[in-house]
Write a protein that binds this ligand. Structure first.
Ligand SMILES: NC(=O)c1ccc[n+]([C@@H]2O[C@H](COP(=O)([O-])OP(=O)(O)OC[C@H]3O[C@@H](n4cnc5c(N)ncnc54)[C@H](OP(=O)(O)O)[C@@H]3O)[C@@H](O)[C@H]2O)c1
Length: 268
């Protein structure tokens, strides 16, 4: 296949499912070359075939973001193939929700930190020199409303998403004068496979997450990613009506403690 030189390039981690796959479709439809990174090769290949049918170029790059050697290979493959990157979406992530003492130290605690936080940091570090050389680029980190509001049962997940928010803010200031924009996206509940696996005890799943109008679709989040890539700003809470709840939690913290400690836990 002959490659034209001017098409923009997006790298998406966690592209094999949910928000990442929806973002891949959104950017492919918008004329981007799409680098697809996640662990499950077959899923990435099926998605790449779909994107090719839309007329887009797609690269399948099986990658575990918690392995620094695989992250380095991901960046080498994208830069050797296309030479540059315009948008990086750090989206790979998982949740393991239970009382802290019920979380496995390695499979639940360490893995969430290594994928959601360390993985995003490593992937960013791997692509940053190429963005700096061109003096342009947008990095979007998919955090969560749980990156603003600490929720019972979400302790480690919240720690990773608060951490990702801190990383986003600090890096934004570090690279602001290099033409690189660093953005946070903070979605509320989204209907993907994520929620099916996140609660170690499915009975702990909060009822509010399935109320009509509360959960977003992956396509809604993909639209927000598209918008942020083209109109970068510090961060966006999605849906919009959760932003006042984030504000209330920060300013009326005791009220937040009272409400969330009563509504998020089953009495046992
Ligand atoms: N769903 C929600 O309610 C919600 C709300 C707020 C924020 N988020 C955040 O949105 C992001 C995407 O979530 P989603 O809802 O789309 O979940 P999902 O459908 O479960 O997809 C998660 C993606 O992450 C990838 N992934 C997991 N571990 C990985 C690893 N070690 N290396 C590379 N990729 C890995 C998975 O691919 P493989 O298994 O193939 O590796 C998959 O493509 C996550 O960061 C999540 O925290 C989700």
């Amino acid at each position: 296949m002959t490659h034209s030189t001017s098409l923009p390039v997006v790298v998406i981690t966690g592209a094999s499912a949910g928000i990442g796959a929806a973002a891949a479709r959104r950017f492919a439809r918008g004329g981007y070359r799409v680098a697809l990174a996640a662990r499950r090769r077959e899923r990435l290949e099926a998605l790449a075939a779909e994107l090719h049918n839309l007329g887009a170029e797609a690269l399948v790059l099986p990658t575990d973001v918690s392995d620094p050697a695989q992250v380095a290979r991901l960046a080498d493959a994208v830069l050797q193939t296309w030479g540059y990157v315009d948008v990086l979406i750090n989206n790979a992530g998982l949740g393991r929700f239970a009382r802290l003492e019920a979380l496995d130290p390695v499979d639940d605690i360490q893995r969430q930190i290594q994928v959601n936080l360390t993985g995003a940091i490593w992937v960013t570090r791997a692509f940053l020199p190429a963005m700096r050389a061109r003096k342009r680029g947008v990095i979007i980190n998919v955090s969560s409303v749980a990156g603003w509001v600490g929720l019972p049962l979400y302790t480690v997940y919240s720690a990773t998403k608060f951490g990702l928010r801190g990383f986003t803010e600090a890096l934004r200031r570090e690279v602001a004068r290099d033409g690189i924009r660093v953005v946070g996206l903070y979605p509320g509940p989204v209907t993907t496979e994520f929620g099916q696996q996140a609660f170690k005890d499915p009975a702990d799943r909060p009822r509010a997450a399935s109320w009509p109008g509360v959960a977003l679709r992956a396509e809604d989040v993909a639209d927000a990613l598209w918008d942020l890539a083209h109109h970068p700003r510090r961060g966006v809470v999605q849906p919009w009506w959760m932003a006042p709840l984030v504000w209330l939690n920060a300013h009326l913290n005791r009220l937040g403690d009272w409400i969330l400690s009563r509504t998020m836990l089953r009495s046992s």
